[in-house]
Design a protein around this ligand. Structure first.
Ligand code: ZN
Length: 139
């Protein structure tokens, strides 16, 4: 599966993550899942900047209330929840041990932005504790 991110949305994520440094920034991504010549494509159309409840440089948590409010907004707008993003201020854009332990939206995309250097990768949570890399196109 491929996930498509507009460069303006990529820039939004980068600036959010830089603003929150040294703590991890986090948010939610939504859009449409489309069939593109027999290939399933996830098209990111909206980025929701969230608050990291943990205020931590190594982990994040989106508050239940904020998460529910955004999920219902996504639903009301007829969009699909595609997944989440967060930053790694001090680590690579690979999922951390904490990510493997805590991520629980199986089948969804987890975008991870490392800040030094700037690099974004997308991961699908295949099952609890196990991510595989997903093709990410920035257009
Ligand atoms: Zn992480």
């Amino acid at each position: 599966m491929t996930i498509i991110l507009r460069s303006k949305d990529f820039e939004t994520i980068v600036s959010h993550c830089k603003e929150e440094e040294p703590i991890e920034a986090c948010g939610i991504i939504a859009g449409q899942i489309r069939d593109c010549d027999g290939k399933i494509v996830k098209d990111v159309l909206r980025i929701y900047l969230c608050k990291n409840e943990f205020q931590s440089p190594i982990e994040y948590n989106i508050g239940a209330e904020e998460q529910l409010r955004i999920f219902s907004e996504i639903n009301d707008d007829g969009l699909d929840l595609l997944g989440f993003y967060h930053s790694h201020p001090n680590n690579s854009s690979n999922p951390s041990k904490i990510d493997e332990k805590r991520a629980n939206y199986v089948g969804y995309s987890y975008l991870i932005l490392s800040l030094h250097p700037i690099k974004i990768s997308s991961w699908i949570l295949e099952q609890q504790g196990f991510f595989t890399k997903e093709e990410l196109n920035i257009i």
